[in-house]
Write a protein that binds this ligand. Structure first.
Ligand code: IDP
Ligand code: MG
Length: 152
């Protein structure tokens, strides 16, 4: 089933000039970037985005980190892509992330783990709604779809 995921390249990914390399992985896998926005996240939006972690000891640092520089917020589409992208991203703690995953290849610290990806269809819907208006998401037709997905 076709899904949309909210994928955000965090400030360390942008400032370490890794955005191209990371997006290339999703493109080469056959997923589709249907929205993208470079922005510095307002504190309030960061707190809303990470509301589930409000009570955690790392929450203040997390909000500080995510608002410390520009992020590249994106929506990525593809067949069952929410789980697929989480696999490509790797474990939250990059030291435990497999080599070959994005965090496993480019990061070391949990507090600087370069990328966010939605963890479920409900999170994806909520997160996309926080960052994008409907008319900012393209309904594109990718001509190579039939080579990548059984149901183009
Ligand atoms: P996820 O990004 O893999 O979904 P979550 O548990 O949802 O991981 O945590 C959200 C983000 O909060 C992580 O990506 C990371 O940036 C940060 N974080 C999680 N746990 C810790 C921690 O123990 N110390 C510092 N930052 C953390
Ligand atoms: Mg999470």
């Amino acid at each position: 089933m076709k899904e949309k995921s909210f994928v955000m390249l965090k400030p360390d990914a942008v400032l370490r000039r890794l955005t191209g390399k990371i997006l290339t992985r999703f493109e080469e896998r056959g997923l589709e970037i249907v929205a993208a926005k470079m922005m510095v996240i307002p504190r309030e939006l960061a707190q809303q985005h990470y509301a589930e972690h409000e009570e955690k000891p790392f929450f203040t640092d997390l909000v500080e980190y995510i608002t410390s520089g520009p992020v590249l917020a994106t929506v990525i589409e593809g067949e069952e892509c929410i789980t697929l992208i989480r696999k490509m991203v790797g474990a939250t703690n990059p030291k435990e992330a497999d080599t070959g995953t994005i965090r496993g290849d480019y990061a070391i610290d949990t507090g600087r783990n370069i990328i966010h990806a939605s963890d479920s269809p409900a999170s994806a819907e909520r997160e996309i709604g926080l960052f994008f208006k409907m008319d900012e998401i393209c309904d594109c037709s990718f001509p190579d779809r039939e080579w990548i997905q059984e149901e183009p």
